[in-house]
Design a binder for this molecule. Structure first.
Ligand code: UDX
Length: 429
């Protein structure tokens, strides 16, 4: 099928490339000319394992192309995916300006019957609004159908998730559109779940909010573990063996970050508020996460009378491993507080340092390796569980002025650290 994808951010690009890989003809449309030029050469603007290779292969096979020209992008499309961003407004609601603009662009340029598929995470009712905008603005009187098809891709394993996801949700209000989008997705071999548009819109928010709830829940259990002398890893393991609970997303630590959970939890609180429902549980989840990010600094303050003149190594800056994404990373708030309290911060991340430099306090010193950041440090904080950090030999901490480690991701064995003479503070253990 001929498919256009509007927006080549994380979701749009991965969607376009994986649809090309299963045999469709894809044109990705974006307004950023420099980015489009790069992508034409097979260079991905984001760090995602395997993406460059798949891009190049499909560009060569002439199944994948890029353009800034909407007319060219939409002319032959049987299906158009909207995958533009829905950033957070100041009040926590989702900003739909890009989605609405995409709808107007589509209306202006389509010349045949088209199915419009929304990949962007949008509040309930937005797909109805998109259809309305297209109908109001379309120049040629074509048949337009709309399908809500939320994405569940994790950064760092987005391609794997495309081909091995747990489900593809297709929300449509007629069988023709639902059937066509099922056909588009069939080659992925992923179970397909059909539902109505509004339920599909809500599935995305409810899923992310539920996962965020699991994380905040285990983080509160971790706080209790510390106070009663239990081990949160053992508690999570024992809980997770109950299949109704499941073992995933029960890793205690400094909370969730990234481009989805923080934004989507707040947006769902807003969505509920708009229909006069107070989503109390989710408000608690968000508050716990807020507190959790500063947990290691609280522990540092408990350990040291002052952080002024202390040299603090910060290991890991990205919001999670295998990504260079710094959005809503705990490192932002942690380094800010450390510097505010007068500490010298020496940071290291295997991939995210370039992005970090643009975002974090200009006083931060960047090291080339874990070892370099540890040299002469009074304490080390682990913020992201990169393999390189997780697999570091505990004896390496002896290079510090004093081997004191505050681990926000429970990367190391408590026993091994103790045996290596490290004063080790972790979460809930
Ligand atoms: C998430 C969802 O998983 C995905 O389905 C959705 O469509 C987009 O948002 P992503 O943001 O890439 O994906 O990250 P994810 O791997 O889910 O992790 C989110 C955050 O939760 C990270 O900061 C991670 O460190 C944290 N986390 C995760 C925990 O603190 N504990 C856990 O047990 C799991």
């Amino acid at each position: 099928m001929n498919i256009s994808v509007v927006g080549t951010g994380y979701v749009g690009l991965v969607t376009g490339v994986s649809l090309a890989e299963i045999g469709h003809h894809i044109i990705c449309v974006d307004i950023d000319e420099a980015k489009v030029e790069k992508m034409k050469q097979g260079i991905s603007p984001i760090y995602e394992p395997g993406l460059d290779e798949l891009m190049s292969r499909n560009i060569e096979a002439e199944r994948l192309s890029f353009t800034i020209n909407h007319q060219e992008g939409f002319r032959h499309a049987d299906v158009i995916y909207i995958a533009v961003g829905t950033p957070e407004n100041e009040d926590g609601s989702a900003n739909l300006a890009f989605v609405e603009q995409a709808a107007r662009d589509i209306a202006k340029h389509i010349t045949k019957d088209t199915i419009v598929v929304t990949k962007s995470t949008v509040p309930v009712g937005t797909n109805d609004r998109i259809l309305e905008i297209i109908k109001e603005n379309q120049i040629h009187n074509m048949q337009i159908d709309i399908v809500a098809n939320p994405e569940f891709l994790r950064e760092g394993s987005a391609l794997k998730d495309s081909f091995n996801g747990d489900r593809i949700v297709i929300g449509a209000n007629n069988d023709y559109a639902a059937g066509m989008i099922e056909k588009v997705n069939e080659p992925f071999g992923v179970p397909i779940y059909h539902t109505d548009i509004r339920s599909a819109e809500l599935i995305k928010y409810a899923s992310n909010a539920f996962l965020a709830t699991k994380i905040s829940f285990i983080n509160e259990i971790a706080a209790i573990c510390e106070r009663v002398g239990a081990n949160v890893e053992h508690v999570a393991k024992g809980m997770g063996m109950d299949q109704r609970i499941g073992e995933k997303f029960l890793n205690a630590g400094i909370g969730y970050g990234g481009s989805c959970f923080p934004k989507d939890t707040k947006a769902l609180i807003q969505i509920a508020g708009n229909v006069a429902y107070d989503f109390e549980l989710l408000k608690g989840v968000v508050n716990v996460n807020q507190k959790q990010r500063a947990l290691l600094v609280d522990k540092l303050n408990e350990r040291f009378a002052t952080l002024a003149d202390k040299r603090i190594a910060v290991l890991g800056l990205a919001f999670k491993p295998n990504t260079d994404d710094m959005r809503e990373a705990a490192s932002i708030i942690v380094t800010e507080i450390l510097i505010e309290q007068g500490a010298t911060v020496i940071a290291y991340d295997p991939v995210a340092m370039e992005n970090a430099k643009k975002l974090l306090h200009s006083n931060i010193i960047y090291a080339e390796s874990v070892e370099e950041s540890l040299e002469d440090a009074d304490a080390a904080l682990v913020l992201t569980e990169w393999d390189e950090i997780r697999n570091a030999d505990p004896s390496g901490f002896q290079a510090m002025k004093s081997p004191i480690v505050f681990d926000g991701r429970n990367c190391f064995s408590v026993e091994k650290m103790r045996d290596s003479g490290v004063e080790y503070w972790s979460v809930g253990r």
